[in-house]
Design a protein around this ligand. Structure first.
Ligand code: UDP
Ligand code: MG
Length: 208
């Protein structure tokens, strides 16, 4: 016999598969404020926030067979294979019951992007890009004390390099399709959120 919960989960999964959800990719260098601003967007606009980095860290903690591989890649600032990250994102989407998602910190390279579109058949409604100087991002990362193994100067430098070489091309890709909404992310949190609000309430995005 199917339990009520199983039926509800099936229905939730079905909804995700049949009716394409709205996805906004939230991109920007390490320390640009993606997670902080996503929390604000959730409060005001009813999205579900999915941080790819947080999902990967939860996967390490859960003791999954991929845990050690993921941990080593994060320590080196490298990009975890698309297959692993996409599975975690798909599962989180299915379990959420929502149909509007902020996907934070993914896709990080062109391969991530193509694989996500291939597997899910979802294209983002738009891409929110937090633009911030390396100097400011470095200052934030070194002072945030979240106990993250990758917030040390050596790994931070590697993450900046990966961002410039691998992640900026993703932003370029969407920019050429007029999907990028660029935000000046160097100001204090409240000021940045004022610019973010404009994007989410503008006429163009209302259909979203
Ligand atoms: N990561 C990854 N794929 C993703 C998201 C994150 O491989 O889609 C890894 C990568 O090693 C990255 C780390 O997780 O440096 C931390 O990512 P997160 O988005 O949490 O932090 P950010 O660098 O944006 O501050
Ligand atoms: Mg983050």
């Amino acid at each position: 016999m199917e339990t009520v919960l199983e039926a509800a989960t099936k229905e939730a999964n079905g909804t995700v598969a049949e009716k394409k959800p709205t996805v906004v990719f939230v991109l920007g260098g390490p320390g640009s404020g993606k997670g902080t601003q996503c929390a604000n967007i959730v409060q005001h606009f009813g999205y579900t926030h999915l941080s790819a980095g947080d999902l990967l860290r939860a996967e390490i903690k859960s003791g999954s067979e991929n845990g050690t591989m993921i941990q080593n890649m994060i320590k080196e600032g490298k990009i975890v294979p698309s297959e692993v990250t996409i599975k975690l994102l798909q599962r989180a989407m299915a379990e959420s019951g929502n149909d509007k998602f902020l996907i934070d910190g993914f896709p990080r390279n062109e391969e991530n992007r193509a694989a996500f579109e291939d597997v899910t058949k979802i294209e983002p409604a738009f891409v929110l890009f937090f633009d911030c100087s390396e100097e400011e991002m470095e200052r934030r990362l070194l002072s945030r004390n979240q106990g993250r193994e990758d917030d040390n100067i050596e790994t931070i430098r590697k993450r900046f390099k990966v961002f410039l070489e691998s992640s900026l091309p993703v932003i370029e890709h969407y920019n050429s399709r007029e999907k990028v909404r660029k935000i000046d992310a160097a100001s204090p949190v409240e000021e940045v959120f004022e610019s973010v609000k404009v994007v989410f309430t503008s006429k163009d995005e209302k259909a979203v």
